[in-house]
Design a protein around this ligand. Structure first.
Ligand code: GDP
Ligand code: GDP
Length: 452
């Protein structure tokens, strides 16, 4: 059940325009049930990470817009009953009319919280209407322009406390609501320097007989996808995996000079099709500069990254090697913390199930969405624990944060004087999101935005 936001106002103030902007192309249905709900339009709305159901009441209008028909009153009262918050829209250009005052009086008598929206506020023509609207006794008006999309951030801020309460019922962390579809096969790419053991690893995972029949589907000339099922013995589950491979890997492997199979270029191609990328290292070589370059590229492309140390069967001083690589990764990859590091052997099959399991887990973190309410609870705590600096004696004001996208996770931070925000503070926030909200090892994007 989404929180419900009802749009109310006299005819022509811009209710439908606002509804269409909130709902966008996602208009779920136009409810044409007979009876009380006949003229309501419902739509799934999305505003900077807030999800709610918007209800447009534009259809209630009577032929005579100067009077308040009984039917409209009944409709409004019925609709208000189910709503979490009402957006009361006035026309800032036209100023306050008697009908606006009458609607305001009802709203005073209702239990539903009201946000006063002064629409058509673009330019200066709305200024006096905005001032007049204080007289309605509904608090500060939020100036917006439904037609031009202005005031969206302010509307978001006004809605947040009302929707927050409802959203709090949800678990802290849930899978992306945008993508109701299941995640599908895990799209996994194996990259690494020549001779790391990529072909051997792929052979091992697929089983020899499968390989003889060759790849089944070509995505492009250079990349190959192989769909297969992996039996997770530990979980007693069968899971779908799509292995993204670069062309040279099997067929050309023995023919073409290995150095020619440029690892960075190969990786870049594979990354285009993958959700999770495994960077394969050679235990006899350790972590080299080229590996860090590939790892950085994978993260810059926004993919989830794992590192597997191959040829573990012939590794010398395994624990020293493992710890050394762990340390080098933490030092060398500033973008992420705690990238999964696994020891495997393509030759013996050791560690391959753990590697695949880790792949599914990290994809989940990469795909998940944190509800805005939970995010802002964390945000308030983070600011309280370490307030943003005040360069030149003027405080940088950070107002709220929302997760705008997933796969990879992207966050938008709203505030003022954001151009003054030091990089160290930004890192503090990003690390906090990572640690406290379960985005370890996932590349995160944080965009700063000042509302107009
Ligand atoms: P409703 O009857 O309340 O649903 O109003 P509509 O959404 O149908 O809008 C009424 C008129 O106001 C239309 O001509 C819209 O194009 C116009 N309108 C809506 N929003 C704005 C706005 O933000 N600025 C301006 N200037 N006109 C708007
Ligand atoms: P690619 O260039 O990354 O595809 O590497 P290959 O799969 O062709 O492997 C390069 C060499 O490493 C081959 O001689 C493999 O037999 C060997 N190799 C691959 N994986 C392992 C492993 O887990 N253990 C050992 N001991 N050798 C391996």
């Amino acid at each position: 059940m989404l929180p419900q936001v009802i749009i109310i106002g006299r005819p022509n103030v811009g209710k439908s325009t606002l509804f269409n902007r909130l709902v966008g192309k996602k208009l779920a249905l136009v409810d044409d049930q007979p009876g009380v709900t006949r003229d309501r339009r419902f739509g799934d709305a999305h505003l900077l990470g807030l999800d709610f159901q918007a209800v447009d009441t534009a259809g209630w209008e009577d032929d005579d817009p100067q009077s308040l028909p009984g039917r409209m009153r009944a409709q409004t009262e019925a609709a208000l009953t189910g709503a979490d918050v009402a957006l009361f829209v006035i026309d800032a250009r036209a100023g306050i009319t008697p009908l606006d005052e009458e609607i305001a009086r009802w709203l005073h008598g209702s239990q539903v919280p009201v946000i006063l929206l002064a629409n058509k506020a673009e330019g200066r023509a709305g200024e006096s209407g905005i001032l007049e609207s204080y007289a309605l006794g509904l608090g500060d008006p939020v100036p917006i322009s439904a037609e031009h999309g202005e005031g969206v951030a302010d509307l978001f801020e006004a809605l947040l406390p009302h929707i927050e309460g409802r959203e709090a019922d949800k678990p802290i962390v849930d899978i992306d609501a945008d993508e109701d579809r299941p995640l599908g096969p895990l799209k996994l790419a194996i990259v690494g320097r020549p001779n790391a053991g990529k072909s051997t690893l792929v052979n091992r995972m697929l089983g020899e007989e499968r390989l003889l029949t060759g790849p089944e589907a070509g995505i492009t000339r250079d990349s190959i996808a192989i769909d297969w099922t992996w039996r997770d013995e530990k979980a007693g589950e069968v899971r779908e995996v799509r292995l993204i491979d670069t062309a040279g890997m099997r067929k050309k492997a023995r023919v073409v000079d290995k150095l020619e199979r440029l690892s960075v270029a190969d990786a870049r191609r594979a990354v285009d099709f993958a959700e999770v990328v495994v960077l394969l290292l050679d235990a006899t070589k350790g972590l080299e500069h080229q590996d860090l370059k590939i790892a950085s590229m994978v993260l810059e492309e926004g993919r989830a990254l794992m590192i597997a140390i191959n040829k573990w069967d012939i590794a010398e001083n395994p624990s020293g090697l493992f710890n050394g690589i762990r340390q080098a990764l933490d030092d060398g990859l500033a973008q992420v913390r705690g990238v999964p590091l696994l020891a495997v052997s393509a030759r013996t099959g050791k560690g391959l199930d753990d590697m695949l399991r880790a792949g599914f887990d990290i994809r989940e973190a990469w795909s998940k969405r944190v509800p805005t309410s939970a995010l802002n609870r964390w945000f308030d705590d983070a600011l309280a624990a370490n307030p943003p600096p005040a360069p030149g004696g003027k405080r940088i004001k950070l107002r709220y944060i929302t997760q705008a996208k997933t796969r990879p996770p992207g966050f938008v931070l709203f505030g003022t004087r954001l151009d003054m925000l030091p990089e160290s503070y930004r890192r503090y926030l990003v690390n906090g999101i990572r640690r406290e909200l379960g985005f370890d090892a996932v590349p995160i994007r944080l965009t700063l935005r000042s509302p107009k």
